[in-house]
Ligand binder design. Structure first.
Ligand SMILES: NC(=O)C1=CN([C@@H]2O[C@H](COP(=O)(O)OP(=O)(O)OC[C@H]3O[C@@H](n4cnc5c(N)ncnc54)[C@H](O)[C@@H]3O)[C@@H](O)[C@H]2O)C=CC1
Ligand SMILES: CC(=O)[C@H](N)C(=O)O
Length: 357
């Protein structure tokens, strides 16, 4: 297929290129999409084995954030190292650069993005540009080249007038943050392209994602990542949300597996193109209690950030993901106790290594 050939050329270029010299972008704008070539309609995550030549080629944009590096690792295991290209506008750390193909790609630069596919080559305004203009570029190029496109959405795509406990897939969506508005726009645009042009668009609404191998980036749910770092390093944690603020959360391994599974689900099993996915739901107080089971000396204080609190109070408390479970067999593996144990093991081991060296 032309796309496969095109991406093969990019892979060769990426392998030959020196580490790129672009300065890191300071603003944490969330955007990631991955666009594997169409896989067969009966493909399933557990049963299909691709031949060497039949692997999809995957491009992950915005890949140096919290999720992209882990997603690349998972997809490379499955599809082969050189079939998954990581891209971002930041310079990759050397371990990431050496772990597989990496290229510079700014999704606001339509020509650059198109060249990549063809083989030639927080701040509000920026958040809007990246999440809206960048998305338009990706949609147009994916439609033009017949790519399968994944765009992540979020619990932030809901707002104060949405039902919160639980929040179903289809309901009022009137978020009041530019992040949420841009995600609703992405969901609607992707579905429009699907119905109008046949684009194979797939989208998951992620809960807050908890992972140990990157630093929390200041999102509303990031207190649930910070607590683990602070608990291990200082034994104290100051939470910026009220103790009873309930939000849906998920461990990163579940999030990455869900992404792969929905991308490989046969098209005729998908009754919709944008799904909620859920794992657990907890409050800061409940999370702290579970961490204190392992680290009883942990001290928790609260200093509420009113902007974040207002956002959290407008987001789902529990996510209804019955459609994902029914249509393509979504099943989470991590509940709160396993999450806490895994995070503490990971961060504890890292901190012991740092102390020893
Ligand atoms: N991490 C979470 O808890 C959740 C994440 N999501 C969604 O998952 C996706 C990935 O999230 P994270 O990895 O946490 O994001 P992140 O904010 O950690 O990383 C975003 C990446 O995009 C890059 N970027 C910024 N402008 C760019 C541009 N013009 N072109 C190309 N790359 C650019 C940045 O350099 C950064 O590496 C996002 O779409 C986010 O909305 C949804 C719900 C929860
Ligand atoms: C839930 C999200 O989309 C994000 N991680 C945030 O907390 O801002």
């Amino acid at each position: 297929m032309p796309v496969v050939r095109a991406l093969n050329r990019v892979v060769r270029q990426a392998l030959a290129a020196p580490p790129c010299g672009y300065q890191p972008l300071a603003v944490a704008v969330r955007n990631i999409s991955f666009s594997p070539r169409q896989v067969t309609s009966d493909a399933s995550f557990h049963s299909v084995s691709f031949s060497e030549t039949d692997h999809p080629k995957v491009l992950i944009t915005g890949g140096l954030g919290q999720l992209g590096v882990g997603l690349a690792k998972l997809l490379r295991k499955r599809f082969g190292k050189n079939n998954v290209i990581l891209s971002d506008i930041r310079k990759p750390p050397s371990n990431v650069f050496h772990s597989g193909p990496f290229i510079y790609s700014d999704i606001l630069d339509y020509k650059n993005l198109r060249e990549i596919v063809r083989g030639g080559g927080g701040e509000r305004a920026l958040a809007r540009a990246v999440n809206i203009t960048g998305l338009h570029n990706i949609l147009d190029i994916a439609a033009e080249h017949g790519l399968r496109l994944f765009v992540p959405s979020t619990i932030g795509a809901f707002g104060p007038t949405s039902p919160r406990n639980p929040t179903p897939d289809l309901c009022v969506q009137r978020p009041r943050t530019i992040y949420g508005v841009s995600k609703v726009h992405a969901e609607l645009m992707g579905e429009y392209y699907h119905h109008r042009y046949g684009l194979d668009f797939r989208c998951l609404r992620y809960p807050g994602i908890i992972s140990a191998d990157s630093q929390p980036g200041g999102g509303t749910t990031d207190y649930a990542v910070q607590i683990f770092h602070d608990a291990v390093k200082t034994g104290k944690f100051e939470c910026n949300l009220k103790p009873d603020t309930r939000l849906p959360m998920m461990y990163i391994d579940d999030c990455l597996r869900a992404t792969l599974e929905v991308m490989e689900a046969p098209a005729d099993t998908l009754s919709m193109r944008t799904y909620n996915i859920n794992a657990m739901s907890f409050t800061p107080e409940e999370l702290a209690r579970e961490v204190q089971r392992q680290l009883p000396d942990l001290q928790i204080t609260y200093d509420i950030d009113h902007v974040r609190q207002a956002i959290a109070d407008s987001w789902p408390m529990n996510f209804d993901d019955d459609n994902a479970r029914r249509d393509w067999g979504w099943k989470h593996e991590y509940d709160l106790p396993e999450l806490v144990q895994t995070m503490l093991n990971f961060i504890g081991a890292e901190s012991r290594v740092a102390q020893a060296s």
